[in-house]
Design a protein. Structure first.
Length: 137
């Protein structure tokens, strides 16, 4: 069951890949008392891209830029909060497919207690994706 689906923000950091870059980014945010609520990372050729959902994106971007991560910005993303149940990812992605919405990227969080699971994604039509989720909630 979807609890909420909203347009929100994620942080996108791009940097030349090197061993320890994610540990450095995580350390900078931790030292600034910023919580990472979700993370995704990948490397294409020699460029690392790190996507972060945090509890304070504006301050996170500020401290990362101050630490030398100059290609760091907030970007729009769809953020879905839902119960952590078997089949929820299947249901969400099937609804997007039925509506003809293409997923550009996706990552998720999960927990075993009362907190909601979160899916963070970007599509070819984020507004339509939100409408699809609100119509089926």
């Amino acid at each position: 069951m979807i609890k909420s689906a909203t347009i929100g923000k994620e942080i996108v950091v791009r940097i030349i890949n090197k061993i320890g870059v994610l540990a450095d980014v995580a350390g900078i945010l931790s030292d600034a008392s910023i919580n990472i609520e979700g993370v995704n990372g990948y490397v294409v050729k020699d460029i690392a891209t790190i996507r972060i959902l945090s509890n304070d994106n504006l301050r996170a971007v500020e401290v990362l830029k101050k630490a030398g991560y100059t290609d760091c910005k907030e970007k729009e993303a769809v953020i879905i909060e839902m119960e952590n149940k078997i089949g929820n990812l299947k249901n969400i992605t099937a609804k997007l497919a039925e509506a003809g919405i293409d997923i550009n990227h996706i990552y998720a969080t999960s927990c075993s207690n009362a907190c909601p699971a979160k899916i963070v994604l970007s599509t070819n039509n984020d507004e339509k994706a939100i409408a699809v989720f609100k119509a089926t909630s």
